[in-house]
Ligand binder design. Structure first.
Ligand SMILES: Cc1cc2nc3c(=O)[nH]c(=O)nc-3n(C[C@H](O)[C@H](O)[C@H](O)COP(=O)(O)OP(=O)(O)OC[C@H]3O[C@@H](n4cnc5c(N)ncnc54)[C@H](O)[C@@H]3O)c2cc1C
Length: 441
């Protein structure tokens, strides 16, 4: 969209709460998942009393993040002007999947086939935070939740300051290292190495870099390219007409698994990994000053997302369904989950919150497994297709294409309504028997 065009006006009407008084909800974590939860719950008429985050300030953290159409349409329905996101996302019409050693294009497909618009996580996060504030939902920073009490009908949490807060429902959007997950599972689940790690760099190219033909091949305009090779791939994302540049190099890694978004990477190691990549991208990587080292950790699918006693402390987003980067759906699936939780809570009476939260996990589990396994499948196809074959062999483009598009047609709120009768009946039977069936073994 040109900068002089006006954003489309959204006809927006918040829904009435079916409860009197409305259900009171606390969201823990003001990441994209926590913000989406607050916006969705607010839209459905519930009262979001606070979104808590342990950090004092949000910096522009992370790098490339994709947000798909499946998330856009929900956010638009909830009154968010999604053009604000689209305008700052990558404007390239297509992305190219290239051969590692020479950059030959193996497949080209619309950017929308992967993740809709790819933008900077920090910028998208700023907009999500603004949408929450626009709704007068309080965001309380510096609130580190150190414990939960799973009591019915009013669960509570305690902050590091000693303050205790309670609500009808607590939604724990506290990320990959979730504390609430321990309460829900009744145990600490350790991260498992996915066998891969990535080095990530995001920076503004210098004038010198822009003028250097060995480094500026992808700086002229917004673009997205992937270089794939045996057990490795590189993602390049150029944003804002060439003013911002990001590369991510994924490689085999059998090291320990300290999960961190902030661990500095060793550029000498990066240079070893990138030594034989396509010369058109090689120098841009080789001469990068610094990067982050990001272990890609994995967690097995969880048997439950809901607290055992009150059924009123609920996991959402990376706390229960983290994705591999190749899924490009982490934030989008968190947004879908937010919509489903809000819908389910509107379909029960105040005394039946457990039916809603248990239906929520049953509705969401199979859907996020599909999205998660898309990422695993893509990584495996990319990392294996060029193994043990002649360097210049022709590759069928279908073997390397990103196949996320079928995920976008899905409307998670409608799906919840369509399946409600069947799923809520199942939950009621399980509650009557006194045993909630696990989501997986
Ligand atoms: C720093 C950072 C960088 C990232 N970079 C990328 C990226 O480049 N590309 C990408 O695709 N994805 C990235 N992600 C992941 C991506 O943001 C998520 O997959 C997706 O947005 C869903 O997020 P979430 O809200 O469930 O979890 P998160 O984004 O992890 O947010 C969780 C929030 O909970 C807060 N929190 C945690 N524990 C507590 C507690 N005890 N009390 C109060 N608050 C708590 C955290 O401070 C954080 O703000 C990043 C995440 C983080 C945190």
């Amino acid at each position: 969209m040109g900068s002089q065009e006006q954003p489309a006006k959204t006809a927006y009407a918040r829904l009435q709460s079916p409860h009197d008084p409305p259900l009171r909800v606390i969201a823990v974590g003001a990441g994209l998942g926590g913000c989406a939860a607050a916006i969705a719950l607010h839209h459905h008429g519930h009262e979001v009393v606070a979104v808590l985050d342990k950090v004092r300030n949000f910096n522009r953290l992370g790098d490339s993040l994709g947000l798909g159409e499946n998330a856009y349409k929900l956010l638009a329905r909830w009154g968010c002007n999604i053009r604000e996101i689209q305008e700052i996302g990558n404007q390239a019409p297509t992305m190219k999947i290239r051969r590692w050693h020479d950059g030959k294009v193996l497949a080209e497909q619309p950017l929308m086939d992967m993740a809709g618009y790819i933008g900077h996580r920090g910028d998208y996060h700023d907009i999500f935070l603004k949408w929450v504030r626009d709704r007068n939902i309080p965001i309380r920073m510096g609130c580190d939740v150190i414990s939960y009490t799973d009591s019915d009908p009013t669960p509570s949490l305690t902050l590091a300051t000693g303050e205790t807060l309670s609500a009808d429902i607590i939604v724990a959007c506290d990320g990959i290292k979730s504390l609430a997950r321990h309460l829900v599972l009744g145990a600490v689940d350790e991260p498992i190495s996915s066998g891969y790690a990535c080095f990530r760099a995001y920076f503004e190219p210098s004038e010198e870099m822009k003028a250097d033909p060995a480094r500026n091949a992808f700086l002229g305009e917004d673009s997205v390219n992937f270089w794939i090779g045996p057990d490795t791939h590189v993602v390049q994302n150029t944003l804002r007409g060439g003013r911002e540049f990001n590369w991510i190099l994924t490689h085999k890694d059998d090291g320990d698994v300290p999960e961190s978004w902030f661990q500095p990477g060793d550029m000498n190691e990066v240079r070893r990994w990138a030594a034989d990549i396509d010369p058109n991208i090689r120098e841009a990587i080789m001469t990068t000053e610094k990067c982050l080292d990001w272990k890609i950790c994995y967690r097995k699918p969880l048997p439950t997302w809901v607290s055992p006693s009150s059924h009123r402390i609920v996991l959402l987003g990376d706390s229960c369904h983290a994705h591999l980067p190749t899924s490009a759906q982490g934030a989008s699936q968190a947004t879908e989950s937010a919509g489903v939780l809000a819908v389910c809570l509107s379909l029960v009476g105040r005394e039946d919150v457990r039916i809603a939260t248990r239906a929520y996990e049953k509705l969401r589990f199979p859907r996020v497994r599909v999205s998660q396994t898309h990422g695993e499948d893509l990584r495996d196809r990319w990392h294996n297709v060029l193994k043990n074959v002649d360097k210049n062999i022709e590759i069928d483009p279908e073997m390397v294409k990103i196949k996320n598009r079928p995920l976008y047609a899905f409307d998670s709120e409608q799906d919840a309504k369509d399946k409600w009768e069947e799923v809520s009946a199942r939950v009621k039977r399980e509650c009557a028997r006194g045993r909630i069936e696990p989501l997986c073994d």
